[in-house]
Ligand binder design. Structure first.
Ligand code: FAD
Ligand code: NAD
Length: 467
């Protein structure tokens, strides 16, 4: 007799595993199918977590090598043990992925290792080394995430032409790393290897870096990264890569004409695409966009096939772990009849370079394009007492508000620990608060968060206190 569940989740990433946990907490019987040997998806295994572990380690190395002297601390002979650094990253990943297995046990979610395929609105086939099994499901959730995009003229050989997963585990610091794509991954992993000693060249097809970012912030980030030693070529098209001996030569064309880069490794980071191969969508009649491969869902995350839902990187919206998680919670709660609440306008995004970039809400360009009137309030970290104490006074806070109501529409931060500061801005945007609300909340002194209050004062009262 086939095993039967209230909910079968295909994919154990942040979207899928969180949905499984929440559904189980709400009293549903749940199975979660994952084809990797560990749960946690891209995020925990080869994404957010290992990349942040490397960013944190490399930042410490950089601080110790370059920033301590100014604080009067002298350290002799700083050296790098790359193997130990990688081992720590692996331990962080292992502790978190095994933590999910523990959470499943505690919350009575049935873990199933194998590849899932939708057969109908109530049947899922699982294939693994033991053969095939058909599960019966009252509801099915597709949470199979995304995979790396490969460029046809830069095929991964995983040695010279590498992807983000390869770049999380280099065994030597490349002398010269060329990064194709100045997006999240290109700049985060480019920063890691630059801090560890690589010469890093970034090649971007568009006229600017970080296309989803506010343009003013992106321009400040560009300057900052170049100051840190990354060389960025904009408007540049890569044509070919040829391996010879231990080097790879990349041919490209930019505004300056033809360019040749000789490197030890080329990291291609030009985006990700929904992972729908082998999922049985066509056969089961589940609609998806032929061009973007994104599965079509309604406001309750239901596909055109009743009782089949989809969340995370395989549907529209930013490819971010917290977005996938919140969608997972929303589906689980919808299945037990709770109202679905999901506000796409208040999803934060963070780029974990240094200084960090964090934002919530539309960019200034998006507001302009939509014809919406707005006011801008700004405050530079150079005027922040705490940033000065830290000797980290680069960057700004930018608050965009509605000129009539003072409501905060967006906040964009480029500065130290922007990832932590953005939480207050998300709360204000979510609760439709005003710049005056932020300005009148007492912010502890001296903290970096005072800069958000100052930018809010600028937007609401016309000037910050420390102007
Ligand atoms: P995934 O995490 O991709 O999980 C899907 C899972 O489904 C996978 O484990 C896959 O093996 C499994 N699967 C696929 N098909 C099947 C099948 N047929 N049967 C069974 N299992 C299947 N986001 C952030 O918010 N913050 C960050 O700092 C961040 N850093 C990143 C760094 C890197 C290098 C990368 C690559 C991504 C990063 N992301 C980050 C993006 C984030 O990882 C994704 O947005 C997030 O993991 C999406 O979650 P998901 O559950 O939709 O899919
Ligand atoms: P991305 O979309 O962030 O950036 C890709 C960049 O490559 C863009 O700037 C694009 O213009 C450029 N590009 C595309 N084709 C090119 C070409 N042929 N030559 C040169 N440049 C080209 O994609 P990514 O960096 O691969 O990351 C994938 C996704 O993973 C991100 O969009 C994000 O959703 C997620 N992610 C998030 C985080 C985070 O939250 N901190 C970190 C890493 C990844």
């Amino acid at each position: 007799m086939s095993r039967s569940f209230d909910l079968v989740v295909i994919g154990g990433g942040p979207g899928g595993y969180v949905a499984a946990l929440r559904a189980s907490q709400l009293g549903l019987s749940v199975a979660c199918i994952e084809k990797r040997s560990t749960f946690g998806g891209t995020c925990l295994n080869v994404g957010c977590i290992p990349s942040k572990a490397l960013l944190d380690s490399s930042e410490l190395y950089h601080i110790t090598s370059h920033k301590l002297a100014k604080h009067g601390i002298s350290v002799s002979k700083v050296s790098l043990d790359l193997a130990a650094l990688m081992k720590r990253k692996e331990e962080v990943v292992k502790s978190l992925t095994s933590g999910i297995a523990g959470l499943f046990k505690k919350n009575k979610v049935t873990p199933i290792h194998g590849t899932g395929k939708v057969l109908s609105s109530s049947q899922v086939e699982v294939s693994n080394e033991n053969g095939k099994e058909i599960l019966t499901a009252k509801n099915i959730l597709l949470a199979t995430g995304s995979e790396i995009t490969e460029l046809p003229h830069l095929k991964f050989d995983h040695k010279f032409i590498v992807n983000s997963t390869d770049a999380l585990s280099f065994t030597e610091v490349p002398e010269h790393l060329v990064v194709v794509g100045a997006g999240y991954i290109g700049l985060e992993l480019g920063s890691v290897w630059s801090r560890l000693g690589s010469k890093v060249t970034v090649v971007e097809a568009l006229p600017r870096i970080l296309p989803p970012c506010d343009a003013e912030i992106a321009a400040l980030v560009h300057k900052s990264l170049e100051k840190q030693g990354l060389k960025i070529h904009l408007n540049t098209k890569v044509e070919s890569a040829t391996v010879s001996g231990k080097k790879v030569t990349l041919k490209a064309t930019g505004p300056e004409g033809p360019l040749n880069f000789t490197a030890d490794k080329v990291l291609v980071a030009v985006g990700r695409k929904p992972n729908i191969e082998g999922l049985g969508l066509k056969e089961a009649g589940i609609q998806y966009d032929e061009k973007t491969l994104k599965v079509t869902v309604d406001s309750h995350f239901q596909t055109n096939l009743p009782h089949v839902y989809a969340i995370g990187d395989i549907i529209a919206g930013p490819m971010l772990a917290h977005k996938a998680q919140e969608e997972g919670v929303a589906v689980a709660e919808h299945l037990v009849g709770k109202p679905v609440h999901f506000n796409y306008d208040s999803i934060p995004s963070v780029i974990y370079i240094w200084p960090e970039v964090a934002s919530v809400g539309p960019t200034e360009e998006q507001l302009k394009e939509s014809g919406r009137a707005y006011k801008v309030g700004k405050f530079p970290f150079i005027a922040s007492g705490r940033a000065k104490c830290m000797d980290e006074a680069e960057g700004i806070v930018k608050v965009l508000t509605d000129p009539k109501t003072d409501r905060v529409l967006a906040v964009h931060i480029f500065g130290p620990r922007a990832s932590d500061m953005i939480a207050e801005a998300v709360t204000i945007v979510e609760f439709k608060g005003s710049a005056e609300d932020i300005a009148r909340i007492t912010h502890a002194h001296p903290t970096l968060s005072e800069s958000l209050a100052e930018a809010a004062r600028h937007a609401s009262f016309g000037m910050p206190l420390h102007a």
